[in-house]
Design a protein around this ligand. Structure first.
Ligand code: 5GP
Ligand code: MG
Length: 179
């Protein structure tokens, strides 16, 4: 099997869209919201959006959570668990929850319910990529960077078996037979 990487969204349009998203999101935020990124896939999007929001005067507390949806390779299962919880006190706080990809919807639906159960007053969600064709639970993100078709993507923090997170662009992975 040969793994091929084909660029889908280049670095310049990615950063331009993140800048636009920050301009859309900033007016909805309190001066000191909690920005919560989901590790690992959401870390590059979180880092770029955080810095774009700072240009609009947003002074967040930053934190991260690790969730696992059991399953390896290209498919996830519906069961989500907290591997590392947010360490901030969420009572009465506004949270901006960030993830790389909205796919089945299980991860973000679980995360929003979890944060509200921990006392968050409002949870806004933003994802870099949305694959609406793959939805299993009704979930809409408040902000979406790019709507993409059902393809397995990597780069800009997103991996395939822990590879390709370092790519500065989003790419499609395909497996082909042969060398
Ligand atoms: P959901 O719970 O919405 O199905 O899953 C969202 C998570 O699945 C994302 O945070 C991401 O970790 C993973 N995921 C969904 N689509 C892809 C993809 O194309 N590539 C990679 N590497 N992960 C994906
Ligand atoms: Mg993820």
């Amino acid at each position: 099997m040969t793994t091929r990487i084909q660029p889908m969204i280049e670095e310049a349009p990615l950063l331009a869209r993140v800048t636009e998203m920050a301009a859309q999101i900033a007016p909805r935020l309190e001066p000191e919201p909690i920005i919560l990124g989901l590790f690992k896939g959401g870390f590059v999007f979180t880092a770029d959006l955080m810095r774009a929001l700072s240009r609009h005067g947003v002074r967040p507390r930053m934190d991260f959570m690790v969730l696992s949806s059991y399953g390896k390779g290209m498919e996830s299962s519906g069961e989500v668990r907290v591997k590392l919880d947010c360490s901030e006190d969420l009572n009465g706080r506004q949270v901006l929850l960030l993830d790389d990809i909205l796919d089945s919807g299980n991860t973000l639906a679980f995360a929003v319910a979890h944060l509200r159960a921990r006392g968050a007053r409002e949870v806004l969600t933003a994802v870099l990529l949305d694959k609406p064709e793959r939805r299993q639970v009704a979930f809409h993100a408040d902000y979406v960077g790019f709507t993409i078709p059902n393809a397995f993507v990597v780069g800009y923090g997103i991996d395939y078996a822990e590879r390709f997170r370092e790519l500065p662009y989003v790419a499609v992975v395909t497996q082909t037979d042969g060398p």
